[in-house]
Design a binder for this molecule. Sequence first.
Ligand SMILES: Cc1cc2nc3c(=O)[nH]c(=O)nc-3n(C[C@H](O)[C@H](O)[C@H](O)COP(=O)(O)OP(=O)(O)OC[C@H]3O[C@@H](n4cnc5c(N)ncnc54)[C@H](O)[C@@H]3O)c2cc1C
Length: 405
Amino acid sequence: MHSTSSSIPTGSYTLPAEIQEFCDVAKRIVRDELMPLESQWLSSPNHAYGMRELPAIRAVFDQATAARLEKISRDTGLFYLMVPEEWGGLGLPMLAQAAILEQLYYSPIMLPIANVANILYECKGDQIERFLKPVIEGAKVTAFAQTEPDAGSDPGGMMQTRAVRKGNGWVVNGTKMWISNANECDFLMVQAVTDAEKRQRGGITMFLVDRKNPGLRVEVPGIRTWLSTEAKQHVVHFDDVFVPDEDVLGEVGKGFSLGQRWLTIHDRLLRGPYALGKMQRSLDMSVEWAKQRVTFGKPLAERQAIQWRLVDMHIDIQALRSMTYEMAARADTGEDVRAEAALVKLCSSEWGARCVDHAIQVHGAMGESLDLPLTLFYRVLRHTQIGGGASEIQRILIARKLLNG
Ligand SMILES: Cc1cc2nc3c(=O)[nH]c(=O)nc-3n(C[C@H](O)[C@H](O)[C@H](O)COP(=O)(O)OP(=O)(O)OC[C@H]3O[C@@H](n4cnc5c(N)ncnc54)[C@H](O)[C@@H]3O)c2cc1C
């Protein structure tokens, strides 16, 4: 039932030979190493949306399997595919990263790679040894703490968490909510208001806060969602949490734009390949299923109603792929792609969910089986219409550019 007939994007985005090779390697690993483990992954309660790749693999599989997957990732170089060259990575442009990630996202299993928040490359001085390098190597895990009980879509305007100067540092007070990974991470990248007048225009700062900092309390159990049986999103309380000056990430007052930089790339532009892998897999599964499933004396594939669903899925995939690779290529030129990344986020989450919805319908009852990846794909893609900035907020960003240039 499972096949890997997804094609590597070509057309106006011909990839250099070595990138094409990486795509082929990624595709082979998915088929030979990850897909045979999918039933174990899908039946495990131990992975959850928002978990980093390495902890998720270690949580689901035995030590030997997890170590083997990590070794494959490191030996092939894929482990460093998102890391800049100066930090020992492959230094790949966004377009190449997107093409390779699309192949990896064909499976619900996440090959362990160094998925480093791009803003951590702002680390300076001993932050590099304490935070950046351990995250690159998978020795430390991060969480991103922006959202609050009363500040989701409008964090700049509504954020209540405050940091007040004290001696050679800051005292943070407030509550964050919906923070993925908060109870597993080693440190959190926390936004707090440091100048209430300026707020998002120079009055929000990003702090690197150790999870074990006295005064920081993660509510357990976390918030249950439909994304996983384990509750991995948490409310986090900061009660007089002292953060020294050397743990400010970037400059004081520039924490909001840092957050936007992380969201633009990770939660928006890279949602393109995230969705594409799952959409292509859903289409490939649907084509195979439609050919073999017979009703009223004929395979489903011969019914126009079913063919049109397959075609609609194909259209969404082709359109999203073109858009994603164009925007990634534009990001590689240094262009400000905030609105373009919003467009990719909007389309990948909305088209992605409707594409998987078609696949579930084509599969009938089998589409609802938790032994297939389809319902998981649906849930995570539907989630991306909310997480990382809901669809309405992406539309606001796009409209702003349309109207104001
Ligand atoms: C599973 C999960 C994981 C998450 N992980 C993290 C994390 O790790 N770190 C973190 O900081 N946050 C995280 N979040 C929070 C997430 O980013 C926010 O939930 C999201 O930004 C939406 O905010 P909200 O829920 O407060 O919605 P609200 O702001 O209350 O908005 C509710 C609805 O109204 C719409 N809306 C709001 N304003 C407007 C407007 N002006 N015009 C039209 N419509 C509008 C919104 O689009 C949305 O549909 C996570 C959330 C979930 C569910």
